[in-house]
Design a protein around this ligand. Structure first.
Ligand SMILES: Nc1ncnc2c1ncn2[C@@H]1O[C@H](COP(=O)(O)OP(=O)(O)OP(=O)(O)O)[C@@H](O)[C@H]1O
Ligand SMILES: [Zn+2]
Length: 504
């Protein structure tokens, strides 16, 4: 088993220290990442958080562990003011539906379905690994109701005319994750927003909201209504991973209230710790501010990666992936155009190395492997950096040395060295995920082949034909057309190559 003597070390928000991760079950890591609320397109900040989970799964697999990875879809609209434990405000899905004014979606279910699919498209485009389970909140309402009933029966929750609340004083450990322990402060956090005078404690948060007008509603022992946001994750994580599992992940804004409330509910139900390690990704920032759907200062994956003719910026999705993992997950990352441009260039070097390796394998030049040992040491260094609390800057710098080594051979790679180089590129790709384009690239148009790529390939074939017929005016015109589409054409001894130009 490769590298099994290594230990993955991660910062645990619960203990506020970097700890070695020992899975509860030997060599099998069970993890849950809080998924998106599907009321609009996810932005690249959201994906920064999902990429942390993705890298952890990849590292775990490189260590020879099995993984059971769950990432949910929040398709019940939770409320707009969710910085508070007991959220209020407008339902995010309902607000999005109203804003559409019936142009695209006839009802709230269609809206949630559409953005769920859009999210999955983006996920695949950035080559995130598929979770083993992707539970949807709307498909687990019964389990949520049962959990709430049990909390009421055991005195951890109570009903009012407006809903059912978790009673915070019934769980003395409330605050252990976020450090928010001071009751005065916690009360302050909800004072302005809570409208239910029957709540027993200002810190109490909703498990069920009674609402006969809510567009998504279910029948419960407390009448028509819908569940609170926090209960869905407690219930779905335990359903698929057991009452105690290894890692629970999310962005830093989820520490409080979401994860704090998840712990209170789950641990009151089972008397056991919910997750052993809590891992939080710091924000992706734009001009120093959190990139956020609600602030509107965001980039979606699709607007960056779609071709210019479809209104996008034509960025290679693998370069976007690179940009998003290039900062340490535990430090805020400022997203800039320069940063993206640099990532495009680096990923192009990987792609160039992969092309040269494939060309060398065609030529079968004889000779001993002159590169394998050095690449293997570089792989170990890369994995070691990732094991060190996902130190991606160090890991990426190490891996780049390997690319330089391959490129340094120019056209002189012999077959044995090329085989080692290909093996290395594949292992680095398994670890970091940006070397090769996804096998099933997402077209965002529900087709297997990206229509833009199809068009580029057709034009290149026409250009080749024109050149063969010595119709250089036509060949130049096609090159010009490709250029306007953001495509750079390179004529090399191995044939015509193309790449997307950076348009930012
Ligand atoms: N700027 C960001 N950088 C990193 N992670 C983020 C960022 N914004 C949200 N996240 C994380 O993305 C995941 C999905 O979040 P969700 O869909 O609930 O977004 P949100 O927080 O509702 O949207 P908003 O961006 O308006 O705050 C969560 O783990 C959340 O913490
Ligand atoms: Zn969650």
């Amino acid at each position: 088993m490769e590298g099994s003597s290594r230990t993955l070390r991660l910062y645990n928000t619960l203990t506020r220290t970097i700890e070695p991760v020992y899975p509860l079950e030997r060599n099998r890591l069970r993890l849950y990442a809080c998924g998106p609320t599907v009321y609009t397109y996810a932005h690249i900040g959201n994906f920064r958080s999902f990429l942390t989970a993705d890298l952890i799964v990849r590292v775990a697999q490189a260590l020879g562990w099995q993984t059971i990875y769950v990432c949910n879809i929040t398709d019940v609209g939770h409320l707009t003011v969710d910085d508070y434990a007991d959220a209020t405000g407008e339902d995010k899905l309902e607000r999005a539906l109203r804003a559409e004014e019936g142009r695209r979606f006839p009802n709230i279910w269609d809206l949630a379905r559409y953005y769920t699919q859009a999210f999955l498209d983006d996920w695949r485009a950035l080559k995130l690994l598929e979770p083993d389970v992707r539970p949807r909140a709307t498909e687990h309402i019964r389990q949520q109701i049962l959990a709430i009933e049990q909390l009421v029966e055991t005195g951890h929750a109570y009903e009012t005319r407006q809903g059912v609340y978790f009673h915070v004083p019934s769980f003395p450990d409330y605050g252990k994750l976020s450090g928010n322990r001071d009751p005065e402060q916690l009360a302050q956090a909800v004072r302005d927003v809570v409208k239910d005078p029957e709540k027993r404690d200002p810190r109490d948060f909703a498990l069920w909201k009674k609402d006969e007008k809510h567009l998504m509603q279910w029948y419960s022992p407390w009448g028509w209504g819908f569940p609170g946001w926090h209960i869905e994750c407690s219930v779905m994580s335990m359903e698929y991973l057991g009452t105690t599992f290894d890692l629970h992940l999310g962005g830093e804004d989820l520490i409080f209230p979401h994860h704090e409330c998840e712990i209170a509910q789950a641990e009151s139900l089972t008397g056991k710790p919910l997750a052993r390690y809590w891992v939080h990704t710091r924000f992706l920032l734009v001009e120093g501010e959190k990139m956020s759907k609600s602030k509107g200062n965001f980039f979606t994956v699709r607007e960056l990666i779609l071709p210019p003719e479809a209104g996008g910026q034509g960025i290679d999705p693998m370069a976007l992936r690179y940009a998003l993992i290039s900062g340490k997950y535990r430090e805020p990352l400022n997203f800039t155009r320069k940063h993206l441009r640099d990532s495009v260039r680096i990923v192009q070097r990987y792609q160039e190395a992969a092309r040269r390796v494939e060309a060398a394998l065609q030529h079968s030049r004889p000779g001993p492997d002159r590169i394998g040992d050095r690449l293997s040491a570089i792989y170990d260094k890369t994995l070691e950096a990732l094991c060190d609390d996902l130190n991606t800057p160090v890991a990426l710098a190490a891996a780049l040395e390997g690319v330089k080594l391959i490129l340094g051979f120019g056209d002189q790679l012999n077959r044995a060295s090329a085989q080692s180089a290909r093996h290395w590129l594949e292992r680095i790709d398994a670890l970091l995920g940006f070397v090769y384009a996804p096998e099933r690239p997402c077209s965002h148009a529900r087709r297997e082949k990206d229509p833009f790529v199809e068009k580029v390939e057709r034009l290149l074939a026409e250009r080749d034909a024109a050149r063969r017929a010595r119709d250089f005016a036509r060949a130049d015109a096609i090159r010009e057309q490709l250029q306007q589409m953001g495509i750079e054409v390179m004529d090399t001894p191995e044939g015509t190559r193309w790449r997307r130009k950076v348009l930012v």
